[in-house]
Design a protein around this ligand. Structure first.
Ligand code: ADP
Ligand code: MG
Length: 258
């Protein structure tokens, strides 16, 4: 597999540039009682090198916004620009990790990860090599032939990460990736992920993570956007004034999240 090249700006090499721009995005859904406006004129932008959190209550439209960003659904109005191109369907450089893992139970770990490459017409041998490499990177070595039902939640979500990483995305979207896991498992996975990010072992340049967990947002993100409910609007932006790695036992940090 072509090894991810450590050119990420968080390794301090390239000047920051805009990766993603969400412009005036609104989205409604038809309900029996009329149209429900879920997102109302949402603007946001991600620079390379940033991990940005999207914090909001349940039902505020966070998942809807991520689905729009990765081209799974269209906005009612407004547009999403990814590296200068308008997103109108699934974009090759954007990958997503889901809250409930979204694995195929009848496929092995290796096959589930290869699914990530299905849309890209990668030759079989290369697909296998890249999947094995992603499995190795995320710490699932030895589980290639296991089925999801044989694995813990934390391991299943690692498969979810491997399937996202196998496409060598530059933008990683995560929809409450740790919320189905117990606290310690979530912490381990988050730390492993941040280690890969810090060491620039992935080609990912920016991360947009949805969460309703303030502590998680503060632990991971450089910047946090707060989404209101009914309708969802970006109502606040918080810059996190701590360098990584952030230790949750650091008293200064504890004051902030308590
Ligand atoms: P969050 O991820 O912040 O919890 P969602 O984006 O999942 O919020 O949902 C926001 C609102 O949009 C909810 O009221 C939900 O019922 C509605 N919604 C989301 N997807 C659909 C859909 N496909 N059809 C109809 N309503 C939807
Ligand atoms: Mg959601």
């Amino acid at each position: 597999m072509p090894a991810p090249v450590p050119t990420s700006p968080h390794a301090g090499q390239t000047p920051s540039q805009e990766i993603l721009s969400v412009r005036h995005v609104s989205r409604g859904f038809d309900k029996t009682q009329g149209e429900l406006l879920v997102l109302d004129d949402v603007d946001l932008s991600l620079q390379s090198g940033e991990i940005v959190g999207l914090l909001g209550r349940s039902g505020s439209g966070k998942s809807t916004l991520l689905r729009i960003v990765c081209g799974l659904i269209q906005p009612t109005s407004g547009e999403v620009m990814y590296q200068g191109q308008r997103v109108q369907g699934p974009a090759p450089g954007i990958a997503m990790v889901f809250q409930n893992f979204a694995l195929f139970p009848w496929l092995t770990v290796l096959e589930n990860v290869e699914v990530g490459l299905e849309a890209q017409r990668v030759p079989a041998a290369e697909r296998r090599a890249r999947a094995l490499s992603a499995i190795d990177l995320i710490g699932l070595d030895g589980f290639e032939n296991a089925y999801p039902r044989e694995m813990s939640g934390g391991m299943r979500q690692r498969v979810g990460f491997a399937r996202a990483l196998v496409v060598n995305p530059t933008l990683l979207l995560m929809d409450e990736p740790f919320s189905a896991l117990d606290v310690l498992t979530a912490e381990t996975l988050r730390t492993d992920l941040l280690d890969l990010w810090t060491q620039a072992r992935m080609p990912i340049q920016s991360v947009l993570i949805v969460t309703h967990n303030i502590e998680e947002a503060v632990l991971m993100c450089d910047r946090i956007l707060v989404l209101s409910s009914n309708p969802g609007r970006v109502v606040a932006e918080i810059k996190v004034p701590f360098a990584r790695p952030r230790n949750r036992l650091d008293p200064a940090f504890r004051d902030l999240v308590d």
